[in-house]
Ligand binder design. Structure first.
Ligand SMILES: [Zn+2]
Length: 284
């Protein structure tokens, strides 16, 4: 199977009330772990790639790895640019083989965000590529982008609805109180905002900062209209913890496979638990 756009599974997710996981890819082991978990649970999924990860892995390797996973697994897999910062970077990814892009214009004014997102949607749609937009600013740290929690602006439902109507995005990330990275306490998620927006638009709402959100909150968010959930930090923590443990156990180890193998296994478990929590198992 070739890579697919998010429209291969997001409409079903919205209709049947499950969410598809976006699991970020940081290297080969991440890609393999995510695929292995999804094969076992017969789940569609999204490989998220930030601009920082793209720089780290190289665009050709990134696309080749995702295409290999789609071919080997036979699963509907989207390769998605995470938080694309410009029209140019989105087009570069599409030309290289990405099947989906996020354009994050949330740091622009509302009108400018609509104008820029519309341009990306127009170009992407012509090539069968899906687009995620963002409204409101999500707190926390992702790559080099750091947003103070106090400056994280929640999305206004009326604006989110107008944003959808004018841009025609395939899913919409709205700031509802989650944050990138790990939480110090419990997040305060505004389920009322998710519900109001989701009722008014035909596409799913996207929840960023899914790592560390209590399971009950995730289930409730999916019930009120979240159809895509981004997870990165929890896999990064599982990966690094497993490497630390392997190195601590054997100070003479030098073969990377001896510590990257356990790291991969640890990430398979994280991804499996998320797929079951999101309810996307047996939806491929
Ligand atoms: Zn994000």
């Amino acid at each position: 199977m070739s890579l697919v756009s998010m429209n291969a599974f997001l409409p079903q997710a919205k209709e049947k009330k499950f969410a598809v996981g976006q699991f970020n890819m940081n290297n080969l082991e991440f890609a393999q772990a995510i695929m292995e978990a999804a094969i076992e649970l017969k789940s569609p999924f999204i490989y998220g790639v930030s601009e920082g990860a793209l720089k780290y892995m190289g665009i050709e390797y990134t696309v080749a790895i995702a295409e290999a996973a789609a071919k080997a697994s036979g699963l509907p897999i989207a390769l998605h640019l995470d938080h694309g910062s410009s029209f140019e970077v989105a087009m570069k990814c599409i030309r290289a083989g990405f099947s989906s892009v996020m354009f994050d214009g949330s740091h622009h004014s509302f009108e400018e965000n609509i104008r820029l997102t519309k341009e990306v949607v127009k170009a992407a749609r012509a090539m069968g590529v899906s687009v995620e937009g963002e409204l409101g600013t999500i707190g926390g740290v992702e790559d080099d982008i750091s947003v103070d929690e106090k400056n994280a602006n929640l999305a206004k439902p009326s604006e989110a609805i107008r944003f959808y109507e004018e841009t025609g995005v395939d899913c919409l990330a709205i700031a509802v109180g989650t944050a990138h990275g790990m939480y110090a306490g419990e997040p305060n998620i505004r389920f009322d905002i998710i519900e109001e927006v989701s009722r008014a638009i035909p596409v799913p709402v996207v929840l960023h900062g899914g790592s560390g959100v209590p399971d009950e909150m995730i289930r409730r968010a999916v019930q009120v209209g979240v159809g895509k959930i981004n997870v990165n930090t929890e896999n990064q923590v599982a990966c690094t913890d497993a490497i630390r443990a392997a190195l601590a156990k054997d100070s003479k180890v030098y073969d990377p496979r001896k510590y990257l193998g356990p790291a991969r296994t640890a990430m398979v478990e994280v991804v499996k638990s998320k797929i079951l929590l999101f309810g996307s198992n047996n939806q491929a």
